[in-house]
Ligand binder design. Structure first.
Ligand SMILES: CC(C)(COP(=O)(O)OP(=O)(O)OC[C@H]1O[C@@H](n2cnc3c(N)ncnc32)[C@H](O)[C@@H]1OP(=O)(O)O)[C@@H](O)C(=O)NCCC(=O)NCCS
Length: 185
């Protein structure tokens, strides 16, 4: 579902509501060609599913983004241009408890500039205020950018890495909310 717009601590980075036409076109752009294959690989999409998308498929995906009641979704605006998305699963999955954060900066030219950090730290702050719970995420073991980003925000490894049905190695991480964890012992 669309979440309310949020201002990050970086004046160049804003979290804005998804918009069907704009974001479907961006999705096609981001997932096109070698760059798109690499982005989806970093996100843990299996080779079998790692394919370019069409405008129709992206429209369907963005519509789900907007309508799904168990997910919060924002698009990431950097200097007035939408460069990625960040979303939160509100219900637990087999692979992870909730709330769980996921992020993708679709445009590689803006990676490594602190955009992911600003966006994720704001969503963490928002979730801590809203839910007063620990927050979860996961990354491929080989995804060093995601590991650095989550580590810098205070996420710690939950146990050892594990291998999924596609043979991908994942690490689950958790940002502990001490008040919540003490109350739920
Ligand atoms: C992973 C990803 C979200 C990171 O976002 P990003 O904008 O590229 O990363 P940032 O520039 O914010 O952070 C990168 C580094 O700067 C650090 N950093 C950035 N701003 C910071 C700040 N203000 N204070 C402290 N640390 C900061 C990060 O911790 C990280 O550390 P490193 O230098 O050791 O690598 C992005 O690269 C991406 O979307 N990649 C493709 C898809 C993907 O991998 N998604 C994640 C799936 S789990």
């Amino acid at each position: 579902m669309k979440a309310m717009p949020l201002e990050t601590n970086n004046p160049r980075v804003h979290l804005v509501e998804p918009e069907l036409e704009r974001d479907a076109q961006l999705g096609v752009q981001w997932l096109h060609g070698d760059i798109g294959r690499n982005t989806l690989q970093l996100m843990g999409v299996s080779d079998e599913d790692n394919k370019p998308t069409t405008l129709e498929q992206e429209k369907q995906r963005v519509t789900e983004f907007i309508e799904k009641p168990d997910q919060l979704n924002w698009m990431i605006d950097y200097d007035g241009k939408v460069v990625g998305s960040i979303w939160v699963d509100l219900e637990p999955k087999d692979s992870m408890p909730s709330p769980a954060i996921h992020i993708m900066i679709g445009d590689p030219s803006v990676r490594g500039k602190g955009v992911g950090f600003s966006a994720t730290s704001k969503v963490v702050e928002y979730l801590e205020e809203q839910f007063n719970k620990s927050i979860y995420s996961r990354h491929l073991v080989k995804n060093s950018a995601a590991r650095s980003l989550l580590g810098a925000l205070g996420f710690k490894d939950m146990g050892d890495p594990y291998t999924d049905e596609d043979g991908l190695q994942w690490q689950n991480v958790k940002k502990t909310n001490n008040d919540f964890d003490r109350d739920n012992l």
